[in-house]
Design a protein around this ligand. Structure first.
Ligand code: GDP
Length: 466
């Protein structure tokens, strides 16, 4: 635009956007700033974006694929029991059980060559965080309702999640073996919420089941297949794989293990892959039975070994033709993430916070959380964030799987944060680095102790304030 950078920065500031000279702006901000100087912006793809987007699939590339199903519902209504029953009673005889790896998803083979993939992640976190990221991973949601109970708050929440995501719902009316089971009460409650079931002349499929005794489960699976048929699910298996990260964790012996759901293309051993902002060559590919496999097809899960870090649940992955391109994208994503994270400057410790709050100049505690498994990190974050009060806010600015590294310390320094490690270690180098920069690193092995420490801190703050 031939306008000097100072003027651009000034105009950003006048728009309320605090920027530095070498900061990246998103498309919306760029449009606003350009408009200030009478320019309009046209966004065009870069080479990298083109490589990311890949070729468009044509109709004849597309082949039928299995549905991916998430089971949701109120606590204790029987989600785990249903998932366990389906997992253990593998429909095709002779393939009983055998699921040894926790992949966060498993595929069950059914008659006539059909199969269904179930997402098996604790609670709804994965589903909701994936939706928050805009990644659609589920084709159908099964909502479990205990018929000896009621349509509960979490049932309603699950229904609205599924609706917002535009995913069809099948209701599983569970615990019909119980004496006080009242399926019609549930049907009526659902109809009052405008969910009229098929047997009452509506459009929603429902199945009475007992997850405990295996009643109605085959019929439920049939209904899932019927819904899938209507959806006409397809994917192109003949291209480099794309999909979503389900879970990842650090295995002491094997290194970073990442479970993925393939949503297009075929993933092969030896592929170069970018997942989140990590990259690597797929060295080993395992299925949910712990077997080494060579390929994974669309709608199927698999575990890969070979990434240089642990991406977060819900992040996208993609296979690249050559390693250079994969590395370039990963490093670009890394850079963007760092820029996003680095905002503040100053250092602080938990003890200083107590003092500072009493001086009324400290209201927010920033944390960086590193842990050994996605599930535990997410649970931990959830419990810590819940401790926030009106006067004092705990904010997790960054979390990830893996040991505490120098770059975590750098981020803590730049953003005035404390580092919490759960079941992970801190290298000597990072320790020295942290000491030099006066960054507090707190290592824990029991979640309870973390929560306790924070509770005590908050109590001290209260005492100091009064
Ligand atoms: P979740 O919290 O939704 O995963 O629920 P669970 O699967 O853990 O089930 C909660 C409790 O209900 C457990 O004690 C189960 O044994 C029990 N339960 C689940 N399904 C049934 C069922 O069909 N019949 C009976 N009688 N109990 C069930």
């Amino acid at each position: 635009m031939n306008i000097n950078s100072v003027d651009i920065i000034k105009s950003c500031i006048s728009l309320g956007i605090m920027v530095t000279l070498n900061q990246r702006l998103d498309a919306e901000t760029l449009t606003l700033v350009a408009d200030e100087f009478g320019y309009s912006i046209e966004l065009i793809g870069t080479d990298l974006e083109k490589a990311i987007q890949g070729e468009k699939d044509t109709e004849k590339d597309l082949k039928p694929r299995s549905p991916v199903v998430t089971i949701m519902g109120h606590v204790d209504h029987g989600k785990t029991s249903l998932l366990d029953y389906i997992r253990k009673t593998n429909i095709i005889a002779g393939e009983y059980g055998g699921i040894t790896q926790h992949v966060g998803a498993y595929n069950v083979k059914l008659k006539k060559g059909n199969s269904i993939t179930f997402l098996d992640t604790p609670g709804h976190e994965a589903f909701t965080s994936m939706r928050a990221r805009g990644t659609k991973i589920t084709d159908i949601v099964v909502i479990v309702i205990a018929t000896d109970d009621d349509v509960m708050p979490q049932t309603k929440e699950a229904i609205s999640h599924a609706q917002l995501a535009g995913v069809p719902i099948i209701f599983a009316l569970n615990k019909i073996d119980k004496i006080n089971s009242n399926t019609d009460k549930i049907r009526r409650k659902l109809s009052e919420m405008n969910f009229l079931l098929k047997e009452w002349g509506g459009k929603y499929q429902a199945q009475e089941i007992s997850a405990k005794f295996g009643l109605g489960i085959n019929e439920l699976l049939e209904k899932i297949l019927l819904e899938a048929k209507i959806l006409n699910l397809k994917a192109n298996p003949n291209k480099p794989a794309v999909g979503t990260v389900i879970e990842s964790y650090l295995d002491k012996g094997r290194g970073y293990c990442t479970s993925l759901l393939i949503q297009g293309g075929t993933l092969k051993v030896g592929d170069y892959i970018v997942a989140g902002n990590f990259h690597g060559k797929v060295k080993i590919l395992l299925n949910e039975r712990g077997n080494h496999i060579k390929k994974v097809y669309p709608s199927k899960p698999g575990i890969i070994l070979g990434l240089n870090g642990a991406p977060t649940s819900g992040e996208r992955f993609k296979v690249f033709k050559d390693e250079k391109e994969a590395k370039r994208l990963a490093s670009k994503k890394n850079q963007l993430k760092k820029e996003y994270n680095i905002r503040y400057k100053k250092t602080i410790t938990l003890e200083e916070i107590v003092k500072n709050v009493s001086l009324k100049n400290f209201k927010e505690l920033k944390l960086i959380v590193k842990g050994d498994m996605n599930g535990s990190v997410e649970a931990l974050i959830d419990s810590i964030e819940k401790l926030s009060t009106n006067d004092f806010f705990i904010k997790i600015i960054y979390y990830n799987i893996g040991h505490i590294t120098e770059s975590d310390v750098l981020l803590a320094k730049a953003s005035d944060a404390i580092i919490i490690g759960f079941n992970v270690e801190c290298s000597l180098k990072s320790k020295i680095f942290a000491e030099k920069h006066k960054i507090e690193i707190r290592l824990y092995y029991i979640i309870y102790n973390i929560i306790n420490d924070f509770k005590n801190t908050l109590n001290l703050i209260k005492l100091n304030k009064n």
